[in-house]
Design a protein around this ligand. Structure first.
Ligand code: GSH
Length: 220
């Protein structure tokens, strides 16, 4: 762990409850998963899903989750949280300049070249748009990723990094399968999400929201 970034008491913030649909996909999973990969201790705390008040907005200006606390420091945006964690652990990002630059580049690409398309595409799908005009754009991005992933096992530094964590998380929600054969992308997503740290993070998130269901039914 790097001295400059070794503040303690990592807290991953998420909602106190969400409906069934997004369980296993809420973006706090990214921070949980990174902490698990790096062996960083953390706890999980919540903000209300319904009734996002001033306190929440002060910490996440869009009223979203996740955000991360590390002692006095607070960070919103899952990507910023991941890079913060990556500075704490070489397991998430190599320390040599080339490996680090590649990790940063692919982390930003996951957000700004893939997720910038997958999220609006998904939004049109779930809101029942008759014709999803973004499908061609998404197919094009997925096609480029397929070509990249045909050639390599990992995105950066020839080993697992936080860039793979984020890219796999972005791609797993993009329904790669429904866009025809993308075998390299499919096997990449399967390989990365087969990691025990992902399984644990996902199971923990699902259990967190299941416990919230129980608490709500006791109150009802
Ligand atoms: N760019 C943000 C996106 C966060 C985001 O979309 N969070 C979702 C949960 S996964 C959320 O809070 N949705 C509720 C809303 O947008 O009101 C990040 O990566 O942290």
């Amino acid at each position: 762990m790097d001295g400059r970034y070794s503040m303690s008491e990592l807290i991953v913030w998420t909602y106190d409850w969400v409906p069934e649909g997004p369980r296993g996909f809420v973006r706090d999973i990214r921070l949980r998963w990174a902490c698990e990969e790096a062996g960083l201790g953390y706890s999980v705390r919540t903000v209300p899903f319904s009734g996002r008040g001033i306190e929440h907005l002060a910490r996440q200006p869009f009223g979203q989750v996740p955000f991360l606390s590390d002692g006095e420091l607070e960070l919103f945006e899952s990507g910023a949280g991941l890079l913060h964690l990556a500075r704490k652990s070489e397991k998430l990002m190599p320390r040599d300049p080339v490996g680090e630059a590649q990790t940063l580049q692919w982390t930003i690409a996951a957000l700004n070249s893939l997720e910038m398309v997958t999220v609006p595409w998904w939004f049109l799908e779930v809101t029942g748009a008759k014709d999803n005009h973004l499908t061609g754009w998404l197919e094009s991005r997925l096609g480029h990723m397929e070509n990249v992933l045909k050639e390599r096992e990992w995105l950066a530094a020839d080993r697992f990094t936080v860039a793979d964590l984020l890219m796999a998380d972005v791609l797993r929600v993009a329904k790669v399968r429904s866009f025809g054969a993308r075998p390299a992308t499919e096997s990449y997503v399967t390989r990365i999400t087969d990691r025990p740290s992902f399984k644990k993070a996902q199971a923990d998130q699902v259990a967190h929201f299941a416990a919230a269901d129980k608490a709500r039914s006791r109150q009802a």
